[in-house]
Design a protein around this ligand. Sequence first.
Ligand SMILES: N=CN[C@@H](CCC(=O)O)C(=O)O
Ligand SMILES: [Zn+2]
Length: 421
Amino acid sequence: MYTLLYNIGEIVQISISKEPFKTQSLMRDLHILNNGAIVIKDSEIFDIGFNDEIQTKYANTVFSYKFDVKGNSVVPGLVDAHTHPVFAGDRVHEFAMKLDGKTYMDIHKAGGGIMYSVNCVKNANESTLYESLNQRLNKFLKSGTTLVECKSGYGIDTENEIKMMKVIKRAQDHMKISIVSTYLPAHTIPPGMTENEMANLICDEEIPIVKKMIEQGEINPEQIDVFCEKNIYELESTERILRAGKSIGLEGNFHGEELNCLNSCVMGGNLGVRSISHLEYTSDEDIAAMRDSKVCAVLLPSTQYILHLPIPPVRKMIDEGVIVALGSDFNPNAWCYDMKFIMNLACVNYRMNMPEALVAATLNAAASIGRSHLYGSIEIGKKADLLVLNCANWEHIIYEICDSPISLIFKHGELVHDFSN
Ligand SMILES: N=CN[C@@H](CCC(=O)O)C(=O)O
Ligand SMILES: [Zn+2]
């Protein structure tokens, strides 16, 4: 089945040579093709070229659908590199606590935060969790995100972590949005246990069970995550858990340098992890380690904004050649799934320019979860995840706060949302 998008004012390709990611000044080079057209065959981009040339070349092709883009722009589907969308319960009261001056750790110590969600997830069954995940992920897709990373992490014990990963697998199997699943066994330490006891339990008991469940096709995590933080999982236990995950084939993708500087990127670099998220307290040594080991830095500007955390050294990361990606960190602490707003925050608060933010929210975000060979740019052979805008300048997707210039959303070549009327 062929689909044609023609009269496209600007096709924001991001890459034209199947680059796996972009760094430094290349992040400003979006490879925009003016007056173009795109041919989609089934779920993939089949051809791209100037409008006139494509119309002539495919004059005899029967298109199932033809869309006149009327001089407007087309950008790749957005990619969200970090989310916690499987949860139950309501933590709006914590927002009030934060406005009253309580810190993330104050709430955590008072039994709120992650532990609150853990208790709610324990009491929720798989169907309830799936229903709410389904509703949330539909909103992600509607906002322009076509590929998303989803973490477990509110299970804490083996039974509930597996329950969460089964729910994520169900979403992978049934929903249109593409999902990369991440196993997050070490998100907090339950009362009555020590960091060391939890790390032993995860490495010696839980990971072998997870391995078996993966082999049986019941769950599908590709990455392992740890909340590496002072007084939670510190360097030694984080490394141990990441290594145990690696031994069963899971890529490291962990939370680091969010509230304190532990130099976890040096450890992560040595271990060869794929990505590290948050990074508000990243040191120069950490930046060098991420650059040298090609670890993706996943920045989460909504969490930094909500928790009044310091601005991470983003300009330095980009200048030094770190692969910089963006994520929404959607979770009960930071209720934002809209990558358009995340890009706006990254530009205004992190001083990224708009091309850098778009690369970070497409190709580099896809790289941070091992999918940039399929997603994150408009190139022949990649998946046809495309956003048609209602304007000639693509920058509106970042500029318009609380509004959306998206007119059509194509997921794997299929028109899944039409906001044009
Ligand atoms: N920092 C650790 N984990 C989450 C927060 C989860 C929560 O507060 O429920 C994050 O990425 O922000
Ligand atoms: Zn997180």
